[in-house]
Design a protein around this ligand. Structure first.
Ligand code: SF4
Ligand code: SF4
Length: 274
């Protein structure tokens, strides 16, 4: 998921496209001279699901994870913040790399699993222009051309990417929504809301359970109970909340009594007529 729009366009236009049954040769291992070189000075963009997996693996809250292990550079050109793994200040290495490789290997982020494959999602897919993969070749990586040929499909299976794809689907849809092209700059409050809902699941939980949120919104009881402890249920709900609050879509139901009160208040102010 390249963060840079011109790079994304170049990839969509020029990269040789790999289908699921196309093959490539690549092998990674401790015997290679380049072992763990790729875990240094690298821009790893984290998805919401990555953050949940990593903070759970480290047994810390999402707020602590974000504060200790990530940066979120934000320029006026960007509408929304992205979250990147923070490299160590002294040696520019990933905080999770050790002598034996990745110390959170089973929970490593999507981007680390995917490498050396990249994926491009054309905005409006058609029969001839749809999601495709491509090979990312970097000089430092000696794994290219090694090992047996394998298909893209096999790589996706063996790296556990299907789960990441499934859990990331609602975030990807959110990112691809036309809203981002239509909308003006978000306010600082909206940016903070977006950041919290996407990445800081524990803060979002407090927002749902420790404010008047559940007095205002009619949420299925079983779902409410699940969200108390299940980060993924809460993350899914957070995507719906963003669609409601930013995109103005009817993904959540306001309680009828609250809707009535609001309507009466607006009528009093003369903003609508009964
Ligand atoms: S998370 Fe693991 S695989 Fe990814 S850059 Fe860090 S050490 Fe390397
Ligand atoms: S540089 Fe390439 S081959 Fe070497 S450890 Fe990293 S991914 Fe594996």
């Amino acid at each position: 998921m390249p963060a840079d729009a011109s790079l994304a366009q170049q990839i969509v236009g020029e990269m040789p496209r790999l289908g699921l049954d196309d093959t490539f040769r690549f092998r990674c291992g401790r015997d290679l001279e380049c072992f763990t070189r790729c875990c240094r000075d690298v821009a790893i963009v984290l998805t919401p699901y990555d953050v949940v997996r990593m903070k759970q693996a480290l047994k810390i809250s999402s707020s602590e994870f974000l504060q200790r292990y990530t940066i979120s550079p934000f320029t006026p050109e960007q509408k929304i913040p992205v979250v990147l793994l923070k490299m160590n200040a002294e040696d520019r290495r990933c905080p999770f790399v050790g002598e034996q490789g990745c110390r959170i290997y089973a929970h490593r982020p999507w981007a680390c699993r995917m490498y050396p494959l990249g994926v491009a999602d054309p905005k409006n897919p058609t029969a001839s222009d749809r999601r495709f993969h491509f090979l990312v070749k970097e000089d430092l990586c000696l794994g290219h051309g090694q090992g047996e040929p394998q298909t893209v499909r096999r790589w996706i299976e063996q790296e556990g990417l299907e789960e990441y794809e499934m859990m990331g689907a609602s975030f990807r849809d959110l990112m691809l929504d036309d809203f981002w092209e239509r909308s003006e700059e978000l306010t600082p409050q909206q940016i903070d809301m977006y950041y919290m809902a996407c990445y800081d699941v524990d803060r979002f939980r407090r927002f749902v359970f420790e404010t008047r949120f559940l007095e205002l919104f009619d949420v299925d009881e079983a779902r409410v109970e699940a969200m108390r402890t299940d980060d993924l249920e809460l993350l899914d709900f957070a995507m719906q909340w963003l669609r409601f609050s930013l995109f103005r879509q009817r993904t959540l139901k306001i309680r009828p009594s609250v809707a009535r009160e609001r309507r009466q208040a607006l009528e009093k102010q003369g903003k609508i007529h009964g």
